[in-house]
Design a protein around this ligand. Sequence first.
Ligand code: ZN
Length: 373
Amino acid sequence: MKFIVLFLGLLVRPQAVSLTRRFESEKVFRVVPQNETQVNFLKVLASDVQLDFWHPDSVHHIVIGTEVDFQVSLHLANYVLMKLEQNELQYEVLFHNLQEQIEKQFDGGNYFRKMHSYTKYNDWEKIVAWTERIARNNPKMVSRIEMGKTSEGRPMYLLKVGKVTGQKKVIFMECGIHAREWISPAFCQWFVKQATHTYGEDKVMTKLLDSMNFYVLPVFNVDGYVWTWTNNRFWRKNRSNNSNSDCIGTDLNRNFKAAWSTVGASDKPCNEIYCGTSPESEPETKELANFIRDHLDVIKGYISFHSYSQLLMFPYGYTYKLAPNHDELNKVAKGAVDALATVYGTNYTYGPIAETIYLSSGSSLDWASRRGH
Ligand SMILES: [Zn+2]
């Protein structure tokens, strides 16, 4: 098997806790533009008023016939509604009061607020304590590595999971590159739990852990993740300062050296898909890229987890050109999607990123894939 790189979308809507910024009566609309005029109307609307795009990631990525979900503040909601109606765009209101939805995430009460839980979202402090604990409790299977520091100086912890000693094949799993996609770090934690709990019982898991190691990065964008808990539930980028701009943060998933800053990325610091000043300009990107470079001989696969969608995608994102190992990637993706459907009938779409969603450059996946060839 060659180098396999996958992007997995997990279906859970962004949801959070007692935050500085509240989203009382903020709304999320869903529209599906049917023609070029409607696409252009949305682009003009987005330049006219502040809209936060949930899906796709940015107004740049809007295309005919695909769902567009965006968040609108209370004071703009009526104006946006009027505009949608004037332009005959059919819409659906996914959320009428976002704050209510945010609060629903904490349905476990005080107990869950204090304890780490695999079925609730955990803040960064709890995740740090968990990485330490799970390594301590499973010394023959899990070890914790500090990969580097974030732009605000927080440690980036990586868990090495597997029974193998020495140089064996490795799959790298990256979670939490986008701060608000909380289900992604939750998934990485769940995976480590499954590995440690089912080893010796589940045949597939036992075989995997006996034959290879997993490097699991539960939260890549730590500073952004902390910010989503303390200040703004819908923060996406990291938290580094930008010179000549008051806007904070770079989209780490546009900051890798893979056709950097060419398509589907912005060179404007205020944009949600801002690519940074140069490839690996961000400490988080640099640390991860250095780690991969140092372990390139053993890393055979790279998986990046995002939300929300039900998509399993593989390179490339920056071009419609097919990857050299496209047939193999496609076969692996089909196998995974078919297997997933057998459990609960969950239906994932699969394909190359550019074709399946939109063009985007500088992603971790494209970068990892090009390193692997
Ligand atoms: Zn994402």
